[in-house]
Ligand binder design. Sequence first.
Ligand SMILES: C[S@@+](CC[C@H](N)C(=O)[O-])C[C@H]1O[C@@H](n2cnc3c(N)ncnc32)[C@H](O)[C@@H]1O
Length: 265
Amino acid sequence: MSNTIDFDERTAKAVEAMYLTPDVVAQRAEVIKALAPKPGEHLLDIGAGPGLLAYDLARLAGENGRVLGIDTSEPMVKMARTRCAALPQAEFEVGDAVKLAGVEGAFDAAVSTQVYEYVADMDGALKALHRVLRPGGRALILDTDWDSIVWHASDRRLMQRVLHCWDDHLADPHLPATLAVKLRRAGFTLMRMDVVPMTSLGYQPHSYAAGMMHGILGFVRANGERHGLSADEIQTWYDDQLHLAERGEFFFSLNRYMFLAVKPV
Ligand SMILES: C[S@@+](CC[C@H](N)C(=O)[O-])C[C@H]1O[C@@H](n2cnc3c(N)ncnc32)[C@H](O)[C@@H]1O
């Protein structure tokens, strides 16, 4: 059962901090390289979150281009507007990936990173994406598959139970495995798929892995009971990670999958 996260003000700040780590900065560079935005293009960022990617896209699209970021979370939209205040070509609106108000064929390209895994109606979301792109328009989608996690723990069974509970924060924790099929069904041509790994060999406080550790702790504390996880077990899981970190034995590796597709002409 999915019990997706409420992207309120506190969570928005936590996401912003995690997405400013070098791991996610490097991920954004990969996304921009694959999307290759050009000056003057009209770009859509679906689930723009704190606006970090939209900021980079707006600078690349330039004053004659346009970037529209939409997000269901008002605190995220507010944060993105503040971040991009000096870039008049960037605008942000509250909106839903499944509804995507807007003119048919209005965008040269669209991105959606770490968003569709939260969306229950993926066929509806891809239909909306297809509609707002012009023929020949590019769609870049990046999501995590939680089957790809390799995370060292002294008690592997406890780690599995914690991660099983964490799966509840998404509508589909394994979206990448079926995304190519869904894209084709929605009328897209798949151009390429790349793996973007997030790895930590050793613990760094300012890292994606550290952010995940704290995010998972908060979520599992609030939702662990449904999975039979006691407060003591959750604390044991967390303390183990701290001990492994102290001993230089921390290891975290998780894959994100980046799909570039085109709406045929
Ligand atoms: C993990 S954040 C990713 C933010 C941003 N795409 C990035 O990579 O920096 C997920 C974002 O998706 C948004 N979101 C979730 N479901 C959505 C939906 N149905 N439509 C639009 N945005 C959605 C959330 O509000 C949140 O800002």
